[in-house]
Design a protein around this ligand. Structure first.
Ligand SMILES: [Zn+2]
Length: 548
């Protein structure tokens, strides 16, 4: 049906309407003024603004008992971040969603607000669900849809943002939030209100699958969309295997068969340099990125990057199909996915070795990568040249580097001890949902203490921080832990997040971000200690307000 419609469609608007809603029931909806996005209304010259997103989702959920509009938190400028809950739940609250015992899928658009095809695709998906399509998904799933995450960035439209991207020619929002922070570097350190809102959403709604939609920045490859599972080597093996070996190949094949477009692991072609050989390289394993963060939470994080030089309409379409196939696969494997997450949550990591530093792992054999070509195309409104993909596809053989391996590991301790003076770090840990306890009275015990050998501080500020690299070694000593010391037991589901944030050598921890710069000196101990949480534990939870 799809192909026939595409061939027949002569006007862009008609093409779009039929591409996304050519199913029973939609004709009637179209006749009575469908809930079109600004992109559709302007023939893809413009992108949907925050107020329009809010108007659309309000209209979509009106009168639908299976769709609930709520807010996951606030942007820096105080805009409520919309979250649409779709499924057989009484309301949009975390309690209602979690008590449904369905598998939960979080879909996010617009974290980088110049990369906005995901926002348009999710609005179209929501509209279809409001029209009664995809109703079978509710059998096993609840969808949590956040079409516009970086709402402040979305409103800073300029025709000069992302000038080489193929539209929207009427401009698009900016990459960072209103504080000039890149939200896709903030998932662990949580400097931005948007990141704290997202961590709160993870903590309260606890999605099993989390999809984050972007647009590429560089390589002229032959794919319409590239993707990445969690890349950190500490990702639970069950999550890694299900995504890499099954979900991603299945959705790639489905999109190829139904629509004829190619998708593959995200990458850039890098020339040989020093010890590193030429090949297809993905980006970064660290937990600051959304997909990697979800993996460290034992969840199925998936990054999608629509190709920047496909048209805005094509990018929206491939983002839509990508999401549609992920949800379809998850619907068919809902119990297995929920069980894999729960299995990783229940498995203690104490005594195991996890990566604190990592490097690319190359494939054993060369693979075929589809390279492409682009042509210049004028944006008549900005007067600048954009790029447009052509249909040239040039297969090339090369090794790929789409996963990571540990280059340095550390053993997971039974617990960490955080001095009371580092209360800000406790708040950041708890914002992720980490369980902490407070020592009621002082006690003396054997602990592991990391003695610092050297501290190197970056000369350049990055994301509001001067990054640091700490070397040193653990030694076993007897120390008195003062009353008020925060104890973080590691037999908890977020052990990977805690380990990554608190290990001194971790490449994405508090020390790496410079949070501990005031207390790190050569020859002196790192302020966070490790050891047994105590048995019987003389611990108490912080006081709970009466009636809660
Ligand atoms: Zn991006």
């Amino acid at each position: 049906m799809m192909e026939r419609t595409l061939l027949r469609g002569s006007s862009l608007t008609l093409l779009v309407l039929s591409a996304f809603s050519a199913l029973p029931g939609s004709a009637e909806a179209q006749a009575e003024e469908p809930l079109l996005t600004r992109a559709e209304r302007t023939e893809w010259r413009e992108t949907t603004r925050y107020d329009e997103v809010m108007d659309l989702v309000r209209q979509m959920v009106a009168g639908r008992p299976d769709m609930h509009l709520t807010t996951m938190g606030y942007t820096f400028e105080g805009r409520p971040i919309p979250l649409v809950v779709v499924g057989r739940v009484a309301d949009g609250s975390p309690e209602a969603v979690r008590s449904s015992e369905k598998t939960r899928v979080y879909l996010q658009g617009g974290i980088h607000a110049g990369e906005i095809a995901g926002k348009e695709a999710l609005l179209i998906l929501l509209r279809e669900m409001a029209q009664g399509m995809h109703s079978q998904w509710a059998d096993s799933l609840v969808l949590l849809v956040a079409p516009l995450y970086n709402a402040d960035g979305n409103e800073r439209v300029s025709l000069l943002n992302r000038p080489r991207q193929n539209g929207p020619v009427g401009g698009m929002g900016q990459r960072p939030n209103a504080q000039d922070l890149d939200l896709n570097r903030d998932h662990l350190k949580l400097d931005a209100p948007e990141s704290r809102a997202l961590a709160k959403m993870f903590k309260e709604y606890d999605p099993h699958v989390a999809v984050d939609l972007h647009t590429t920045n560089g390589t002229r490859h032959g794919y319409h969309l590239t993707y990445a599972p969690p890349l950190h080597p500490a990702t639970p093996a069950a999550v890694d295997a299900l995504l890499r070996d099954r979900l991603l190949p299945a959705i790639t094949q489905a999109v190829r068969e139904k629509h004829g477009w190619e998708m593959y692991h995200f990458g850039d072609v890098r020339p040989a340099r020093g010890d590193a050989e030429a090949g297809w390289y993905t980006f970064d394993h660290r937990g600051r990125y959304s997909n990697n963060y979800a993996g460290l939470r034992n969840r199925f994080g998936i990054l999608g990057e629509a190709f920047a030089y496909a048209t805005f309409e094509e990018r929206t379409r491939i983002s839509y199909w990508f999401v549609e196939e992920i949800v379809r696969f998850t619907h068919g494997h809902a119990t297995e996915i929920a069980r894999a997450s729960a299995g990783a949550d229940g498995q203690s990591l104490v005594g195991e070795s996890l990566a604190v530093r990592s490097a690319f792992r190359g494939s054993s054999e060369p693979v075929t990568i589809l390279m492409g070509e682009v042509a210049e195309e004028l944006n008549p409104y900005s007067g600048r040249m954009m790029l447009r993909r052509t249909d040239v596809v040039a297969p090339q053989r090369m090794r790929e580097f789409v996963s990571f391996q540990a280059t340095e590991t550390e053993r997971v301790p039974p617990a960490y001890f955080l001095p009371a003076a580092l209360g800000d770090l406790r708040i950041r840990l708890e914002s992720h949902g980490v369980r902490t306890l407070v020592l009621e009275e002082a006690r003396t015990q054997e602990v592991e203490e990391f003695v610092v050998d050297s501290v190197t501080t970056s000369g350049r500020e990055y994301q509001g921080h001067f990054e640091q690299d700490v070397t040193g070694a653990y030694r076993t000593v007897t120390r008195t832990l003062e009353a008020g010391t925060v104890v973080i037991p590691m037999d908890q589901p977020l052990a990977r997040v805690v380990f990554t944030l608190l290990e001194p050598r971790s490449d994405d921890g508090f020390a790496a971000w410079g949070f501990l710069s005031g207390s790190l000196r050569a020859g002196e101990p790192y302020p966070v200690l490790r050891g047994s949480p105590g048995s019987p534990p003389r611990l108490s939870l912080p006081p709970v307000p009466a009636g809660s």
